[in-house]
Design a protein around this ligand. Structure first.
Ligand code: SF4
Length: 191
């Protein structure tokens, strides 16, 4: 191989190497679809533009009610803190008024005396609204199963969308429950 052929081969090799490195780098650092782009793709796939936009907006701006009944509410407080950073998924601030909320998280046991108050709050929430039974007490009465004054689960009085097991469940479980609720609202999982 003469000198010119040798330098041309080296040039081609260097070029191939450069192309390989560029392709690898693009693969490695390509922009992964984040929450926003992921949801936009859902929006595009949805039935009608208006319906899709409304559904997408609702799914990604859940407003939980600032409301806790017993020890599980401590986990709710942790959920609202910076460690979980729930807003990154569209679970916005806990709201003090039921009129500004569309998610009721039942965190704690429900006494019979509290039932009318909880029902009233639920009725004051804006439509469409959702309920999460957070923890054993909210799901089935928990340790108070045989108590004379605690109901055996909030589903005896309100329609529940997602149940969360645990006594108490962790804040991460609530995060997962809200993701499940989003999937349900988006039609990805059945009732
Ligand atoms: S499930 Fe456990 S932690 Fe939660 S309210 Fe009931 S007893 Fe308390």
């Amino acid at each position: 191989m003469d000198e010119i052929d040798k330098s041309s081969a080296e040039f081609m090799n260097a070029r191939k190497e450069m192309e390989r490195l560029t392709a690898e780098s693009l693969k490695k650092y390509s922009i992964k679809p984040n929450v926003m782009f992921g949801k936009l793709s859902d929006l595009i796939k949805s039935a009608g533009p208006t319906e899709g936009v409304i559904k997408w907006a609702r799914q990604n701006s859940l407003w939980p009610m600032q409301f806790g009944l017993a020890c599980c509410a401590m986990e709710l407080m942790d959920f609202g803190a910076a460690r979980i950073d729930a807003e990154r998924k569209g679970y916005l601030l806990f709201r003090p008024s039921p009129r500004q909320c569309d998610v009721m998280i039942i965190a704690g046991w429900v006494t019979k005396a509290m039932v009318p108050e909880i029902k009233r709050l639920y009725e004051q929430m804006s439509e469409p609204k959702h309920v999460i039974a957070f923890g054993e007490c909210a799901t089935c009465g928990g340790p108070w199963w045989e108590s004379y004054n605690i109901i055996k689960g909030i589903d005896q009085v309100l329609p529940v969308d997602v149940y969360v097991a645990g006594c108490p469940p962790r804040p991460e479980n609530l995060f997962q429950a809200l993701m499940k609720l989003q999937d349900k609202m988006g039609g990805k999982i059945e009732d």
